[in-house]
Write a protein that binds this ligand. Structure first.
Ligand code: FES
Ligand SMILES: [Fe+2]
Length: 469
């Protein structure tokens, strides 16, 4: 591959040279000749027109924040965590979003019980731990007790209440939790469609090869960022800024020729081709040191490095297949493209999965409890159980045994303590604050999106639909 690609595609309204390089990079049907993988259909283009979309005040208005709460956050499904985070009966995890907090408890088998983290006496948060094990929860204020389904079991000095005060249903209100391939989603909406309808068959099919059920949490960071949650989400569903902001990524991934697919209900996908640079990046005539790092992760010895960087993709896919026992991962269900590229699933409204055969990097941008110009950012690394060697950008200490139940505390970091991808995230965060400041200006009339930012148009189409506009 020389980086030159045939651009012309009939029936695609996008401007040349901007076209998804599906056969070249991502298509599972373009895997090894002997694999019998189901082709992944390219999603049709969705034409959202060319107008400026959205109002700048949706980044700072308290009134819009309230409408988002009423129409989106309390209505949709959001990821709460992973079933392996509560690997045994009676294990629980806490999940906070906006002003709300929930306790999710593993019941019998795959059951997950979810209820609001709120004592029904005077409203104290029952639990402040992120993860734990409990058969019952005792309120720290006056000692009311609940079982781990949120049902009230004991009122301290009950005889001092007039009986009419404590005669009604005093169990904690429930939320709905449903599990897709190990991922535990929650909704506050009793009338929400089933999770599977929200995700949709085509979008869920993207997860088929990844064995999400066998993922184990290896890193977990929560931070407050000084901008609206949508600015965070936006910055991670487009690669247009990569060449200007992240030179270290621009030489590792061709974000210019990435394929963007739009799915129902606001979900989307980008296939970012790895081990091929952005067109603007000047490459050496020979092998490129940065690419050797990725090949070493795939078990390629220094003596076996290809002579030219353009062979990296093929060598990497072949090495993963050949070395799979040493790497501890069964690569047989993946196409060559999936062994190299970053399949970045975007879940409406606030989450992305960077999906790799070795694991998934989860990012979330959630609303702040009260301030529309702040958000809660969460970054998590989930690696495949039993993996013996992970790509360097997973940031997992080499030699770590990846197994269910391994203790991983949430890191409420003030600094960018993210390992190797920390600098990339700080670049984004710093620029987002600058973007947010400019968005307030009377001279800003709303965004102008390129086709590289088509997922943002798709996002806002769904967003404004839910807001009733
Ligand atoms: S607030 Fe929980 S027992 Fe009083
Ligand atoms: Fe970025």
């Amino acid at each position: 591959m020389d980086g030159k690609i045939d651009m012309a595609v009939a029936d695609d309204p996008r401007p040349d040279p901007w076209h998804p390089q599906y056969e070249v990079y991502g298509n599972p049907s373009a895997g090894t000749p002997d694999n019998k993988l189901k082709p992944l259909p390219k999603q049709p283009y969705r034409d959202y027109g060319v107008d400026r979309q959205g109002k700048p005040e949706h980044y700072w208005s308290h009134e819009i924040m309230k409408r988002e709460w009423d129409n989106i956050w309390t209505k949709t499904w959001v990821l709460a965590g992973h079933i392996n985070d509560i690997a045994k009966q009676n294990r629980f995890m806490r999940f906070d979003i906006g002003k709300e907090s929930f306790i999710l408890v593993r019941g019998k088998g795959d059951d997950v019980h979810a209820f609001y983290n709120v004592c029904q006496h005077r409203g104290t948060r029952l639990e402040i731990r992120d993860f734990g094990m409990a058969k019952e929860f005792t309120c720290p204020f006056h000692g009311w007790r609940y079982n781990n389904k949120g049902e009230l079991t004991h009122i301290f000095q009950k005889e001092t209440f007039r009986k009419e005060v404590v005669c009604g249903d005093l169990n904690i209100p429930k939320a709905r939790a449903e599990v897709w391939r190990g991922w535990v989603f929650l909704t506050m909406n009793p009338d929400a469609p089933p999770l599977r309808d929200f995700l949709g068959d085509d979008f869920m099919a993207l997860g088929d090869p990844y064995k999400f059920e066998n993922l184990v949490r290896c890193a977990d960071v929560i931070q407050e960022w000084p901008v609206n949650w949508k600015l965070g989400q936006e910055a991670f569903i487009e690669g247009y800024h990569v060449e200007a902001v992240h030179p270290e990524i621009a030489r590792l991934a061709d974000t210019y020729h990435a394929q963007h697919d739009l799915y129902d209900n606001g979900h989307s996908l980008t296939i970012f081709p790895f081990m091929i640079p952005n067109p603007g990046y000047e490459m050496p005539n020979g092998m490129f040191d940065d690419y050797k790092i990725a090949l070493r992760d795939a078990g390629v010895e220094d003596t076996d490095m290809p002579a030219h960087w353009t062979d990296t993709r093929a060598v990497m896919a072949a090495a993963k297949r050949k070395n799979q026992d040493m790497l501890g991962i069964d690569y047989s269900g993946f196409s060559d493209g999936q062994l190299v590229d970053n399949f970045m699933m975007g879940f409406f409204p606030c989450m992305t999965f960077n999906s790799h055969a070795e694991g998934t990097l989860v990012q979330r941008w959630q609303p702040h409890p009260s301030d529309p110009e702040k958000m809660i950012y969460r970054f998590q690394v989930y690696a495949l159980e039993g993996a013996k060697r992970l790509p360097i950008y997973f940031g997992v200490e080499p030699g770590t045994e990846i197994k269910r139940g391994m203790p991983v505390d949430v890191n409420y970091a003030d600094s960018d303590n993210y390992g190797i991808i920390g600098p990339v995230l700080s670049q984004d965060r710093a620029l987002l604050a600058r973007l947010a400041a400019g968005n307030h200006s009377d001279a800003f009339k709303g965004p102008l999106y390129s086709e590289q930012e088509i997922r943002l148009r798709h996002f806002y189409d769904e967003y404004y639909k839910l807001l009733g506009e």
